[in-house]
Design a protein around this ligand. Structure first.
Ligand SMILES: *Cc1c(COP(=O)(O)O)cnc(C)c1O
Length: 395
């Protein structure tokens, strides 16, 4: 971890190459421009019955339409929240505690984000039983194991669409079929997938889907939960009050954030295909450079079933903290730094079978919309240099 930027703002900090797009993305300038008027001139409350309110209400409806279209949902199936963490909590705890939920068993996966695992732990303390399924060496679920885990007591299957460390994709259409066959609701944390790969709630047959604005070039503090209309509609709200968002999420709507998320969704729908090709090409080049220059480099996670902008690599015989410290001009994550303050090697990589020492010697690269080939070159050169230096010391 690098030192914090000075309190006066980051102006004097030399700009590092940013390759941490899984942690967050910059707000696209077009998104920012769309949002700006909704802070100042168009500041109305969308629930007010006058022209200021109607203007805000129309903007929210417009944004809701764009977001729904991106995931092939209906606009009335979108519930705006503060982000994917809140969406996951609403989906998992809201469903488990709803009146129509009859059983007390939930199935999820060991490699899920903490925003899924922690609500599951909460429910265990309330008497629910949770099965945490393992993944294979590529980070993928075994569908037969999923089928075996589903019992008549099971109410929910929660499986992320794309992993935030390895970028590994799960087979959502197949999981959707399984969940339907067993009469189990399916939730997916798609925070890393939406806007990066095609997401289709109908083709996937998901009942609940979480997404986040700041992972797709929108602002922080806004997200959404897709709640299927003919699915589990009596979720217990986490936030009670004015009854906004079908009563599932009370509180005055974050209009600028929603406008930003809508614009981000519109841009993603238009540019995703071209952007994925361009970013994947740079990502592949980065992998090739590292593998050609360095021995004992391991690429973690399935290469075939993977986000186009993710590269997760371990460097045997290198100390992960020293590696991070050495990378002065490249902002990446060590896979161990995914939860603030958490020490120790990544539980995700260990679930793929990596020994702790190798898991600790890992970098997660997340490329994105504003990454350039020159930046990738800088990053590759610096990583190669630092790994070589550390290995020389270790000899
Ligand atoms: C970032 C992320 C979250 C949390 O999203 P917020 O909008 O920051 O709350 C949840 N799940 C995954 C997979 C993520 O990558």
């Amino acid at each position: 971890m690098r030192a914090d930027p000075p309190a006066s703002g980051a102006a004097r900090v030399p700009q590092a190459v940013y390759l941490d797009y899984h942690a967050t993305t910059p707000v696209d300038r077009r998104v920012f421009a769309a949002m700006a008027p909704y802070f100042t001139t168009h500041f109305g409350n969308p629930h007010s019955r006058h022209s200021f309110g109607w203007q805000a209400e129309a903007a929210v409806a417009h944004a809701r339409g764009h977001l729904a279209k991106l995931i092939n949902a209906r606009p009335d199936e979108i519930v705006f929240t503060s982000g994917a963490t809140e969406s996951n909590n609403l989906a998992i705890k809201g469903l488990a505690r709803s009146r129509s939920s009859r059983g007390r068993h939930i199935v999820t996966v060991v490699t899920e984000h903490h925003a899924v695992l922690d609500p599951c732990h909460s429910l265990e303390r309330e008497g629910f039983r949770v099965s945490y399924l393992p993944v294979d060496g590529e980070g993928r679920l075994n569908l037969e194991q999923v089928a075996e885990a589903l019992t008549p007591e099971t109410i929910l299957l929660s499986v992320m669409a794309a992993n935030n460390e390895t970028g590994v994709l799960q087979d959502l259409p197949a999981l959707g079929r399984l969940a339907r066959e067993h009469g189990v609701a399916l939730h997916t944390d798609a925070a890393q997938a939406v806007g990066k790969i095609p997401v289709d709630v109908r083709a996937w047959q998901v009942d609940l889907l979480s997404l986040s604005g700041h992972k797709m070039y929108g602002p922080k503090g806004i997200g959404a939960l897709f709640v299927r209309r003919d699915g589990p509609t009596d979720l217990v709200a986490q936030m009670e009050g004015g009854g906004q968002e079908r009563g599932l999420r009370s509180g005055t709507l974050n209009v600028p954030g929603i406008v930003g998320l809508g614009e981000a969704a519109l841009i993603a729908a238009q540019e995703m295909a071209e952007e994925s090709r361009r970013v994947a090409e740079m990502r592949d080049h980065l992998r090739d450079r590292l593998l050609e220059a360095l021995p004992d480099v391991r690429v973690n996670g399935s290469w075939q079933h993977r986000l186009p902008h993710n590269l997760n690599v371990s460097f045997a015989g290198v100390d992960g903290d020293a590696l991070m410290m050495g990378l002065q001009d490249v902002a990446v994550s060590s896979s161990s730094a995914c939860r603030s303050g958490e020490a120790g090697p990544s539980y995700v990589l260990q679930a793929l079978g990596l020994p702790p020492a190798l898991a600790q010697a890992t970098l997660r690269f997340g490329l994105g919309r504003f990454t350039t080939p020159a930046e990738v070159e800088t990053a590759a050169t610096q990583v190669i240099q630092v790994v070589r230096a550390l290995r020389d010391v270790a000899l």
